[in-house]
Design a protein around this ligand. Structure first.
Ligand code: FUL
Length: 609
């Protein structure tokens, strides 16, 4: 190399090493799914790194699906329970008209992209003929023990082009080895391997977090690391949900996403050993409101791309019950849920439980069709002109978008390009109407999709201002629509036939109520106040009745308000036979083993007709 050459090279090296180009290089670095903050990193440095955390390709595909159907189907469909105890007779499972194609056809037509089935719920009953247990379809009379629900669903998904996922409950109330940790972990990995080997491609594996005790009170230690590696080995394209590190539970079963929803979150997924310590140090759980603000980044040591999934049932319970046929959510409720989930940077996992025949009930089918038709109607006509031109912006900057002249709108939809990370921290939306700008919406996070609803307004233009952002925000889509009003449907469901003013609380613990008159009692209901969860909710209970308040007859010795903490909606318990009673007694314990606290207004009685 001659002198000139050496000079040019030196100059190039010098340019490359200037702080500016160094910064530019750093700016282009992205972190996929996870990053660890350097010790002593300043808040500004942490924010810049957080802005460059991006989803894995699997997480991105998953987010874009938006709508996933949950299928809760199994032994509980036949017993009417929410949580089976594992002692059920496998012969009770007999869906004589099972038609998985009817499920998938309906779901495909109504906009779902993936179907996720409870291959095994907490009762341990397997919807496929698992070699690891006798408690499965193979021991039922259905198709003379030769049936396989998982296979039928898989084949229907392949036929109609939908993705497929499995829910495999780690908690197993049937397996004798549950609680004997190494043995059960082998058993569980064996079942997982069957599901992930014999049914083609699996796109989502869902483990819920429920945990119980083994037959002799032993506590099961799950080997998450091993489960996780099994999934990665057998189904590398699957996302691992809830007790997994790809998809996070939103924190409730009511269909409510957070107003501020960071996919780049400080919550360490529960499958990691360090999660207890990390989350404890930050004072957060999966239910916390703030999982990603600057205040959180300041305290955090690492960050995860761990987006939220909103799971909710189209009916009050997760499993089908005939009594709930008149309580299938209305289109209005479903639209609210959609806007509070998909419209709040989450995926909606909507449960549609097939009935005992093995079909999605006509009412649910109809409702899904109406809901899909409504969404199609709303989202068919975008009033924003050129809202899909990408816009890269710093904070404090606005962009005005023209609307079709004289547009009547009440819904704005905004999207960030999350392939470049989630960055917007605060924004406002204004409309130019009647010669002036008026603000119709504001918010914090955008993420994959953000929907804002407001009273209908006629406008000519829309102004989006990105007020605060991490590095540069990447706006991908700005749209505006009109959602026609849906009639207000009376959703009141009667679960108490008597006036409580005539009742007297004789004691609080156990709860003893004098109903004021002798009635023929057919059922009672426990309805947590305002549908809110709290640690003192009743879980296990004993229920007795009396005519005189002295001589008691125990009607239910070992009842359970299953899943009440996650889904605190009214639970009605039918008496085996209607009884003439004046006094009722509910002795209940909460999930933590302490006496439950129940108010009079949380109890209802139904009389024999
Ligand atoms: C929870 C379970 O306990 C419920 O029964 C239901 O399956 C829900 C989706 O997850 O953890």
């Amino acid at each position: 190399m001659n002198m000139k050459g050496i000079f040019v090279v030196t100059l190039l090296v010098a340019i490359m090493l200037t702080p500016r180009s160094l910064m530019a290089r750093q700016d282009s670095i992205t972190y996929v799914k996870h990053l660890v903050f350097p010790q002593n990193a300043t808040l500004e440095e942490k924010v810049a790194m957080a802005a460059r955390l991006v989803p894995s390709p699997q997480q991105l595909d998953w987010q874009r699906m938006e709508l996933i159907a949950f299928i809760h189907f199994g032994m509980n469909t036949f017993t009417g329970r929410e949580w089976g105890d594992g002692k059920e007779n496998p012969k009770w499972f007999n869906p004589v008209g099972l038609d998985a194609e009817q499920w998938v056809r309906t779901l495909k037509e109504t906009g779902f992209k993936l179907v996720l089935i409870t291959a095994k719920h907490h009762d341990g009953f397997c919807l496929w003929p698992s070699e690891f247990t006798d408690h499965s379809v193979a021991a039922s009379d259905w198709k003379a023990g030769k049936g396989d629900v998982v296979r039928e669903l898989r084949e229907a998904c392949s036929k109609f082009g939908l993705k497929f996922g499995v829910y495999l409950s780690p908690w197993d109330r049937n397996a004798p080895c549950y609680g004997n940790s190494p043995e059960y972990n082998d058993f569980f990995v064996g079942q997982l391997t069957e599901l992930l080997t014999n049914y083609g491609e699996v796109h989502e594996v869902w483990f819920d977090g429920a945990i119980g005790e083994g037959p002799d009170g032993r506590k099961q230690e799950y080997d998450w690391e091993r489960y996780y590696k099994t999934i990665q080995r057998l189904q590398p394209n699957a996302v691992m949900a809830i007790m997994g590190d790809d998809v996070r539970w939103v924190g409730n079963e009511r269909g409510m996403g957070r107003e501020t929803e960071w996919s780049a979150t400080v919550l360490t997924p529960g499958i990691y050993q360090r999660s207890g310590q990390n989350n404890g140090n930050l004072g957060i759980t999966e239910l916390s409101k703030d999982l990603g603000s600057r205040a959180m980044l300041a305290k955090a040591t690492e960050l995860f791309w761990y987006p939220s999934e909103v799971d909710v049932s189209i009916r009050p319970g997760w499993f089908y019950r005939e009594e709930e046929d008149n309580r299938v959510k209305t289109v209005e409720q479903l639209m609210d849920i959609y806007c509070q989930s998909v419209g709040r940077n989450s995926v909606l996992l909507l449960n549609i439980p097939p009935n005992r025949e093995g079909r999605i009930h006509d009412i649910d089918v109809e409702r899904l069709r109406e809901f899909a038709a409504y969404r199609d109607k709303v989202f068919a006509h975008d009033r924003v002109v050129a809202g899909d031109i990408p816009w890269c912006t710093r904070g404090g900057i606005s962009r005005v978008y023209a609307l079709n002249p004289d547009s009547l709108i009440n819904l704005v939809l905004l999207q960030e390009d999350i392939e470049q990370g989630q960055r917007v921290e605060r924004f406002t939306v204004e409309l130019y109407a009647k010669g002036a700008w008026q603000q119709v919406g504001e918010g914090t996070t955008l993420g994959y999709k953000r929907i804002l609803r407001f009273p209908e307004t006629k406008a000519d233009s829309l102004r989006l201002t990105i007020r605060e952002v991490r590095l540069d925000g990447n706006i991908k889509q700005v749209s505006a629509y009109y959602a026609p009003p849906l009639g207000n449907v009376d959703l009141h469901v009667a679960w108490n036939d008597l006036k409580r003013t005539a009742w007297k609380m004789i004691s609080r613990e156990p709860l003893v109520i004098d109903l004021g008159e002798t009635v023929k009692l057919a059922a009672f209901t426990y309805a947590p106040l305002n549908g809110e969860t709290k640690p003192t909710l009743a879980f296990r209970y004993e229920f007795s009745v009396s005519r005189d308040g002295t001589n008691w007859e125990e009607v239910i010795a070992d009842g359970e308000f299953s899943n009440i903490v996650n889904n605190p909606l009214p639970q009605t318990v039918r008496l085996p036979v209607a009884k003439d009673v004046r006094y009722i007694r509910l002795r209940a314990m909460s999930l933590n083993g302490m006496p439950a606290q129940i108010g009079l207004e949380e109890i209802g009685v139904s009389l024999a007709k």
